[in-house]
Design a protein. Structure first.
Length: 172
């Protein structure tokens, strides 16, 4: 039996777990996944352009810039499409926490890029192979952090009264 939407509110349940995630309204999580794919593709394109095509930045710097470039897109799409927030954003309770959670995840992705670069240097891989290795590590770490970011974003966007699971489609 599915949970009532009001029962799945991260503010009232600090022990939110994977089992809760699996019982949440599917549409919300599917939208979150789709936005994750869109922003990942956007960031990967930026990474490839800066690191491989333009050769403007080293792997770690390009990975960081590409990740930061995707945060505003992710914020806007998640806020509106996943959590149904409309109107003016609240700096202290939405924007800043979203950026902090995103930057923490990005730091892990940058550490992954550093590890990939070191691995590529150690084995003497060419630039193209190193680019693929860096992309692979970056995507792997972003996927690993995906669920954690979902919970963090759920806390951020549920903090001001919209129950988790409510969306634009439900009329709120």
């Amino acid at each position: 039996m599915p949970l009532n939407r009001s029962e799945v509110n991260v503010n009232s349940d600090p022990h939110l777990s994977i089992s809760h995630l699996l019982r949440m309204p599917r549409g919300q999580f599917v939208r979150y996944v789709l936005i994750g794919l869109v922003t990942t593709i956007f960031s990967v394109v930026i990474l490839v352009i800066l690191y491989d095509w333009l050769r403007y930045l080293d792997a770690v710097s390009a990975n960081f810039v590409a990740g930061v470039a995707g945060i505003p897109l992710s914020y806007a799409l998640n806020r509106r499409w996943v959590w149904g927030r409309v109107g003016k954003s609240h700096l202290a309770s939405e924007v800043v926490p979203f950026w902090v959670a995103s930057i923490i995840a990005l730091i892990f992705a940058v550490l992954a890029a550093q590890a990939a670069r070191a691995l590529g240097d150690h084995y003497g891989f060419g630039r193209g192979t190193r680019t693929l290795l860096i992309l692979g590590f970056s995507v792997l770490f972003n996927v690993a952090l995906f669920v954690g970011k979902y919970f963090a974003y759920s806390r951020i966007f549920s903090a001001r009264g919209l129950p988790l699971g409510e969306s634009v489609a439900s009329g709120r």
